[in-house]
Design a protein around this ligand. Structure first.
Ligand code: SF4
Length: 289
């Protein structure tokens, strides 16, 4: 049964607009997701064809590192080209200006690559090398879009790079020591989970006495966080929604993000790794893995 301790009825009724309640299951009401597909805006351009690799975008963290480093170099190159093109005019303003700008661009690139190296050390050592604001709750969030845009320049779809970015983010977040009580933790799930995945999430929520919310849109997820003011969030979403959601929310509240597999295309019948979900919930509750 979706009792108050597992799913907040007030917010969930709003969140479940577009879904029906089926009371035929043993134990009380059960969420029933309508079978028609409603695409999230992140998938507006989807043409109805099957997704790569059956909708499983599992990819290694090095994809994020490679495309972020390439992105830094490309941005620095574009800036340097701008300085070169405008050089005569800049030089007319102040003779040394082009040189100063070249050094600044070069220095910024070196600093960016050093920062990326420190993030890599943190990820592969499992140690919190940098403060949160210089890592997963700050600078890292700002580089996620750069990584997937650079990946697309090389013909890699954003979902693959997004998965790698979220994997880097999670490894950094897992390296922090953080423990909250069950009523300070929130589980946010999208409307597109398969019945099995939804049952599995609700079971985990119930066993750990944590509230779970179905957020039909990213905007609603942000509102739930604003209203409930949790001290930590375990969020489930596809790579695209996760990257934009982390960008908006992770700076304000600690989040662990779990991405999904989309075997039937976007926004329908998504599956998740329930073992990982449980690991994330237990990590925030200080129960270990
Ligand atoms: S989380 Fe689900 S419903 Fe939301 S955009 Fe991604 S696939 Fe669609």
């Amino acid at each position: 049964m979706l009792n108050d301790s597992v799913v907040d009825k007030h917010l969930t009724r709003r969140a479940l607009s577009g879904m029906a309640i089926d009371s035929t299951r043993q134990g009380g009401h059960l969420i029933k997701i309508e079978t028609d597909r409603r695409l999230g805006h992140e998938w507006d351009e989807w043409d109805g064809t099957a997704l790569d690799n059956g909708g499983d975008f599992g990819s290694p963290a090095r994809l994020y590192f490679g495309f972020t480093a390439a992105g830094f170099i490309i941005v620095a190159g574009i800036l340097a080209m701008g300085v070169w093109l405008l050089g005569p005019r800049l030089g007319a303003l102040f003779g040394g200006l082009p040189g100063v700008l070249y050094y600044s661009i070069g220095g910024g690139l070196v600093l960016g690559l050093i920062w990326l190296g420190l993030i890599a050390v943190a990820v592969y050592s499992g140690r919190a090398v940098l403060p949160e604001r210089l890592a997963e709750r700050g600078l890292l969030l700002k580089t996620m879009n750069l990584a997937w845009r650079t990946g697309e320049l090389f013909g890699v779809r954003r979902d693959w790079t997004g998965h790698a970015s979220v994997a880097v983010y999670d490894r950094l977040a897992l390296a922090r020591q953080r423990s909250v009580s069950p009523d300070e933790l929130l589980i946010l799930i999208p409307r597109c989970l398969s019945r099995d995945a939804l049952d599995g999430v609700l079971d985990i929520a119930k066993r750990n006495n944590v509230s779970a919310f179905v957020a039909t849109r990213g905007q609603l997820a942000r509102r739930v966080i604003k209203e409930r003011r949790p001290k930590a969030v375990v969020a489930v979403a596809c790579e695209r929604d996760m990257v934009s959601g982390l960008h908006d929310v992770a700076g304000r509240v600690p989040v662990l993000g779990l991405t999904m597999t989309l075997p039937n295309g976007p926004c329908k019948d998504a599956s998740i790794d329930l073992g990982k979900m449980e690991e994330f919930v237990r990590k925030y509750l200080g129960k270990g893995s």
